[in-house]
Design a protein around this ligand. Sequence first.
Ligand code: NDP
Length: 341
Amino acid sequence: MSRILVTGATGFIAGHAIEALIKGGHEVRGTVRSLRDPARVAHLHQIAYALGGSLELVEADLSGDEGWDAATAGQEYVLHMASPFPATPPRDEAELVRPAVDGTRRVLEASARAGVRRVVMTSSLAAITAGRPGDGERRRTEEDWSDLDRTAPYAKSKTLAERAAWDFAAQHPELELVVINPGLVLGPLQHAAAGTSVALVRRLLNRELPAVPELGFAPVDVRDVARAHVLAVETPAAAGNRYICAGENVWFGEIAQILGEEFGPQGYRVPRRRMPYWMLWTAGRFDREVRLGLDFVGSAEQVSADKARRELGWSMRPVRETVVDTGRSVIDLGLVRARSS
Ligand code: NDP
């Protein structure tokens, strides 16, 4: 049993990580920006209670120093998951870059002061593949880094935050760093708040898009991402490594097809027609969420998770199971509605 801090406890991945850690018998503390709204953390207390585990929540914001020393005090491990991940592009990239980078430094500095043994940071494929479209010949690996001159603000925030973490680790050998780089994270929601990545599935089931944009992703199940973080805590030799956690490229159309096959008979009319670029571009002028997709049209996400399989003993479930469980959870939580015609 270890004492483990999870930053950004209200997040989609963090909730599953907290559940996996409590199931593993660990004592968990989580940071949230504010404890003022109990509804935002009720699901976490329910999970801890149902599992008979221990969960404490404390306040800390990536944009300020306050709270981080108290949060890291007495902890052996930190899962640093908090980072801005908005569903729409920011007006100014600093809105994402500054809290991601400065916040990562704050978490690492406080961890070093508190004598934390290891920090496991949630980075992203956005720090590996952004601005470097696949050449069809070589899958991207942990050796690759995104091109900062050709990245959107979110990818920039993840790339710079991860670089800042490695720079810090190089100067503080007493603090071990492991980085997890997930692909597009789908999977069941624990409560009725669809995060940015699950919004894609919600929009398809709700028929908020008239057709399917040609977007390629390397998806991964949130439960498998949570397990990767637990393995990164438990595997001594993981120190100093980054690990891609993502599957084969899947086109958005394939996700739509799985959802249509599974939920079509229940009245969910999932679009199947391919959306031409001009239509996506036009939709993006009015819909800021759609605008985010413009950067990814037509390019496949080809990466290798062999290192995580080999060194962490990690595996991931089939994409179909992930997509179906995502769809079922947004339906069960009332985030979409069936249409009969
Ligand atoms: P969520 O948006 O669900 O969670 C993000 C978390 O970060 C929330 O708890 C949020 O708190 C917190 N946060 C944001 N800004 C701040 C801030 N200034 N100070 C403190 N906390 C802050 O996203 P996910 O769970 O999907 O993502 C978790 C991590 O995984 C992120 O680092 C993300 O970049 C990374 N990731 C996600 C992928 C995905 O497809 N979902 C893919 C690859 C990486 P609050 O609730 O208060 O807003």
